[in-house]
Design a protein around this ligand. Sequence first.
Ligand code: V0V
Ligand code: CO
Length: 149
Amino acid sequence: MTDSDRAPWAVRRIDHVGIAVRDLDAAVDLYSSLFGLTVAGRETNEAQGVREAMLYVADAPGGASYVQLLEPLGPDTPVGKFLAARGEGVHHVGYGVDDVAAALAALADEGVRLVDERPRHGSLGAAIAFLHPKSVGGVLTELVQAARS
Ligand code: V0V
Ligand code: CO
């Protein structure tokens, strides 16, 4: 099977692993010193309730892969609630797709519970949408269509 045989909504790579942290600057220092990763972008995303950094790992089909460090903007945000309930750790997995709207439509047809009915603004100019963890074996799952470079 070649890449061109794949459906337009198929997952092509792990775009990022999202990690909930209490202190973004300390976490960036930790990941830089432990793994030699460098910061590709930092952003405050008010709609998602986070201050975040993307640390570049490697190139992959259709885009790169990253570690995303997430500090909540307040306690009543997705990451703030997660930290209170579970503490620091892996928060979500973001999969790279070529067409996030097509992927959402295909998954909705399968009966998957969507958090986002349509794509929203994500890091590094990506279009993103979340699937509810109850439909993905307890894993909060994000679809990511990277910005064209
Ligand atoms: C909550 N639950 C999780 C979870 N967060 N399960 C796995 N992983 C997580 N991260 C479970 C929780 O244990 C409960 O299960 C249930 O979901 C309801 O939890 P809750 O605390 O009452 O939370 P809700 O229902 O208010 O919200 C949960 C959802 C929310 C998933 C709907 O976190 C959400 O909308 N997330 C999407 C947005 C987001 O996470 N943004 C931050 C990243 P039990 O106890 O009922 O079994 S922004 C980002 O990644 C960006 C910008 C990017 O990549 O570009
Ligand atoms: Co993310």
